[in-house]
Design a protein around this ligand. Structure first.
Ligand code: SAM
Ligand code: ZN
Length: 288
């Protein structure tokens, strides 16, 4: 006889919102005896650590899909030192009160999901996180605040049409048409991206120039016409980083990842860095 899996305390997904990820299936999935399954008998085990693997073989093209374990860990350390909590607070503020189901796309180690959960009565009733990296979902599931899935946000999201009240993305994927499909009419999408002058002083010191990034305006253009922006905020977080902190920053941002840039970065003395984000709240435009 199969022994039941130790899933105690890991939140289940909201009922009636998951879609089977098997190609051309897409039927509703529900939890039965600790497994997720659809009426076509596709079924998915829950990992011992509590998350569900919904990525299909074609989604995991590289040996280590999603961000590398090293970069997930570096991001978590920087968060502890103060780069990131301000962005989470801004997302929570723009999110306001929700009673339904929320999805954090590219949830990483789950810092935002934990922040949403800690809002208590103001928090969405059901939290979900999706990431393509095993290292990320392991960290996120350990928090036991959300149902966590390995899935590829560049493919079909494993949710049924019009089932989510809130979707969030911090420095992560934001597939416009899929988000428009899974959000309910009137649902909100909150996106945080590096602002045009994110890490500007550091980029100038390391690269010899500090080009402006597309920032929030780029996201507004990218998500139109399915979403329109209703509110935005700017977050600046400053921190002095030593060599270890600068190395963490290099491995957690794609923009300073080249070897030559890393070497220059590591030759710097303790350096003040300024991380800047645009945080935007969108509403799903009504389809006409
Ligand atoms: C820069 S990190 C941001 C993580 C988290 N939102 C945070 O703020 O700490 C980007 C995340 O997106 C994930 N990711 C990359 N490609 C993905 C994909 N195709 N589908 C889902 N997640 C992906 C990475 O594994 C990583 O955890
Ligand atoms: Zn199926």
């Amino acid at each position: 006889m199969r022994r039941p899996r130790p899933t105690v305390n890991h939140p289940d997904p909201a009922p009636g919102i998951l879609a089977c990820p098997v190609r051309d299936c897409g039927l509703p999935m529900a939890v039965h005896d600790g497994r997720l399954s659809c009426a076509a008998r596709h079924s998915f085990d829950r990992a011992r650590q509590g998350w569900w693997h919904l990525a299909q073989p074609q989604d995991a093209r590289s040996r280590e899909p999603g961000d590398a374990a090293e970069s997930i860990a570096a991001r978590a350390r920087l968060f502890e030192r103060g780069l990131g909590p301000g962005v989470v607070r801004a997302v929570l503020q723009l999110a306001g009160d929700w009673s339904g189901a929320a999805l954090d796309l590219g949830c990483g180690g789950g810092a935002l999901l934990a922040g949403l959960h800690d809002q208590g009565a103001r928090a969405p009733r059901h939290l979900h996180g999706v990431d393509l990296s095993d290292a990320a979902v392991r960290l996120a599931a350990r928090r036991r605040v959300a149902a966590i899935f390995v899935a590829n946000a560049d493919r079909r999201l494993p949710f049924l049409e019009s089932t989510l009240d809130l979707a969030t993305s911090i420095d992560a994927r934001r597939p416009r048409d899929e988000l428009a499909r899974v959000l309910k009419p009137g649902g909100a999408l909150i996106v945080a991206v590096p602002a045009p002058d994110d890490l500007l002083e550091l980029r100038a010191a390391v690269l010899g120039r500090g080009d402006a990034l597309p920032g929030g305006d780029g996201v507004v253009a990218e998500l139109a016409p399915r979403f329109h922006m209703v509110e935005r905020a700017r977050v600046e977080e400053g921190l002095t980083l030593d060599a270890a902190g600068l190395a963490d920053l290099a491995s957690s941002t794609y923009r300073l990842a080249r070897l030559r840039e890393r070497q220059r970065l590591q030759a710097l003395p303790a350096t003040q860095v300024w991380s800047r984000h645009d945080v935007l709240r969108f509403e799903l435009a009504p389809t006409g």
